[in-house]
Unconditional design. Structure first.
Lengths: 368, 290
């Protein structure tokens, strides 16, 4: 296992990149701590697979360096980086049994036979595949095949990192949960450095200790699931994470108050902005309806089972709010209020911390 | 609820008629000839299974069958590995991939008798590039007289004509392997041979089955090219089943024996192809099912 360092890393698929738009991956400095589970979250085409391929060595970055435990591996081929990768579509060696599949990386590394069978037995136990060791891998289900791919990585004791490239894409929904739980358990038991690429926020937030959110070739925030939920560093994180995403309002910030659609709202803390375009972001969980506040009209109510999503029209602006199952929703005209602790201020799409700094995180996020 | 309505049969009628005229009727005329004897004048006499019995004891037919099996085995043993080897070494993308594909398809587009003619001229000792060169090098090469020269030329001609088919099919099979397999193999530090043995070959099995079946059936029926090149000679050296059959049916006008011969020939191809197909699909099932 290793700490992975990205040092002024950037990548362009063009031969001679000039403007930032030419880069698939904007310049980036980041440490992936040893033994931690990371999720790399972002929409399709945001550069997350590019980044993963650079770490695994399938792609050589055009700029910057990749270090494993301080050793420069930027130009080292995949085979010599000692990493493991689980791909979107299950990769197993069809003609081999599960046992032979698991032994394959060790056989190629010319380990003694006794050592190989020991390790294969151990890994088979930890991925719960002891019963099927002598079956052909080709006949197994997709989730079993993904576990074999994972096992082929784990069988190497000294593997530097386990990389996952949207590994649950072809797994049946009811098995996704199961597999993710097992994965988390494996991380807990063995402490591999894991990097998990996905565009599914639920996968990312439930799997990872830290989530790296990417947008348009850039890392916009690295944080715990709670940090991403409570304090999105960028408006993109706000609306990409959460269901529905964060509401954003154009607002004029003056000290401790904001003016939204002609109504003054108390922010509860002072904010110093530099004259850029300011917005405030409030998650639907922190919006409640009442007799005072910003006037709005209820346009639709979606009951999703454990809560209701209320769609409102606020001066031509769409707003979403979440109400509990038992709460009654007013018909037509009402007012929107923000819970102070749920308000984030943005200037030019980036978050502005309140004067005096952020307080401790309070978690209102439901367990996803 | 059971309905006793037989009208649906009417819907199959057009197909039945079509198949009858295209396959069954011509085949039945052969069956017809195979059980009758004629002395001309359009008079036919019932001969029963005499012709079949004759053919089964005909040394000439067994010899032709033997030559045929040897020929098909040799060209399969050359064309399949060579086709795979070419496919593995063809460029994967870009302009060169297209150039290769076009070049590879060229032999497949040439009519059989033209292929025969090309090689007939190419191999001639007096004017052909190949024959003249070999002769100048002091090698005794004459496909019209030498047994080995004739066989070698017929085999090289077939390899030249048909290896492309195997290569193109294998290439298509290779192209359908997702990149992730190669990447996983790299991560597992698999050798080039292991990649071929455990990824490429298993993934190509489907197309290779088709390639082998096609090449077997086609080579077993080969007629035009050796007919143009050697005419079945020297002696009977390259008289394969089809050439023998045509000599019997049209050369000697022995319609009865030739018809019996055709039917047995047809059966042999069908049985071998069927057995091959069953073996391959069973292997497949074993792999998937177990």
């Amino acid at each position: 296992m290793a700490k992975i360092t990205l040092d002024t890393l950037a990548h362009s698929y063009l031969a001679d990149p000039k403007s930032p738009e030419d880069f698939a991956l904007q310049e980036l400095n980041h440490d992936w701590a040893d033994g931690e589970a990371y999720a790399l979250l972002g929409p399709s085409g945001c550069g997350k697979s590019t980044l993963l391929n650079i770490i695994s060595g399938l792609l050589i970055p055009s700029h910057g360096r990749v270090l494993f435990d301080g050793k420069d591996v930027t130009h080292l081929p995949t085979a010599d980086r000692n990493i493991a990768q689980v791909f979107q579509f299950p990769v197993v060696y069809d003609t081999m049994t599960v046992r032979e599949n698991l032994a394959f990386p060790l056989k190629n590394r010319k380990l003694p036979q006794s050592e190989i069978s020991d390790r294969v037995a151990r890994v088979a136990k930890s991925i719960a595949m002891e019963d099927v060791l002598d079956r052909r891998a080709a006949g197994l289900t997709a989730d079993a095949k993904q576990k074999i791919s994972l096992g082929r990585g784990m069988v190497r004791d000294d593997v530097n990192a386990l990389l996952f490239d949207e590994p649950l894409t072809v797994i049946d929904p009811h098995m996704k949960w199961e597999l993710r739980t097992q994965l988390k358990q494996l991380h807990h038991d063995f402490g591999h450095t894991m990097i998990y690429v996905t565009h599914d926020q639920t996968e990312a937030l439930t799997f990872a200790d830290k989530v790296v959110v990417m947008y348009d070739g850039r890392v916009v925030q690295v944080g715990t699931p709670d940090e991403l939920f409570e304090r999105p560093a960028h408006t993109f994180v706000g609306y990409f994470i959460g269901s529905p995403g964060m509401n954003l309002f154009d607002a004029r910030i003056e000290g401790t108050t904001a003016e939204i659609a002609g109504t003054r709202v108390d922010l509860g803390a002072g904010y110093r902005t530099k004259g850029g375009a300011t917005k405030i972001g409030v998650r639907p969980e922190y919006i409640c309806l009442g007799a005072s506040g910003i006037p709005a009209r209820v346009t639709r109510v979606e009951d999703v089972g454990r809560h209701k999503i209320i769609r409102l029209d606020m001066d031509g602006h769409q707003v979403a709010a979440i109400a509990g199952e038992g709460e009654s929703v007013p018909d037509g005209g009402t007012h929107v209020q923000f819970a102070e602790r749920g308000v984030n201020v943005y200037e030019n799409e980036w978050r502005v911390p309140p004067e005096g700094g952020d307080g401790p995180l309070h978690t209102a996020r439901e367990a996803a | 609820m059971k309905t006793d309505n037989q009208k649906a049969w009417l819907l199959v009628l057009p197909v039945l008629v079509l198949v009858a005229f295209s396959a069954v009727v011509p085949l039945m005329t052969v069956v017809n000839y195979s059980v009758q004897d004629t002395f001309g004048n359009n008079q036919f006499f019932w001969a029963g299974l005499a012709w079949f019995d004759d053919m089964l004891h005909s040394e000439r037919m067994w010899n032709a069958l033997g030559r045929q099996i040897v020929f098909s085995s040799i060209i399969l043993a050359i064309e399949v590995p060579l086709g795979i080897f070419i496919a593995l070494n063809m460029p994967k993308k870009g302009a060169w991939a297209s150039v290769c594909l076009v070049l590879m398809s060229l032999p497949l587009l040439i009519p059989w008798n033209v292929v025969g003619t090309i090689w007939q001229i190419f191999g001639r000792v007096d004017i052909g590039l190949l024959g003249y060169t070999l002769d100048a090098l002091g090698i005794d090469y004459n496909y019209t007289q030498g047994f080995y020269a004739a066989w070698t030329t017929v085999i090289i001609m077939d390899v030249w004509h048909w290896t492309s088919l195997v290569a193109l099919l294998a290439y298509a099979g290779l192209r359908s392997i997702p990149d992730a397999y190669y990447q996983a193999a790299k991560i597992d530090q698999a050798s080039r041979w292991a990649v071929f043995r455990y990824i490429e070959l298993p993934k190509m099995r489907g197309v290779l089955t088709i390639a082998i079946l096609l090449r077997f059936m086609d080579s077993f029926k080969i007629y035009t090219e050796p007919f143009v090149l050697t005419g079945g000679g020297p002696g009977n050296a390259t008289t394969f089943l089809s050439i023998d059959l045509v000599q019997m049916a049209l050369g000697q006008f022995d319609l009865g024996p030739a018809a019996a011969f055709s039917l047995m020939y047809f059966l042999v191809i069908m049985v071998i192809s069927y057995v091959f197909y069953i073996v391959m699909t069973n292997l497949d099932k074993e792999e998937q099912g177990q």
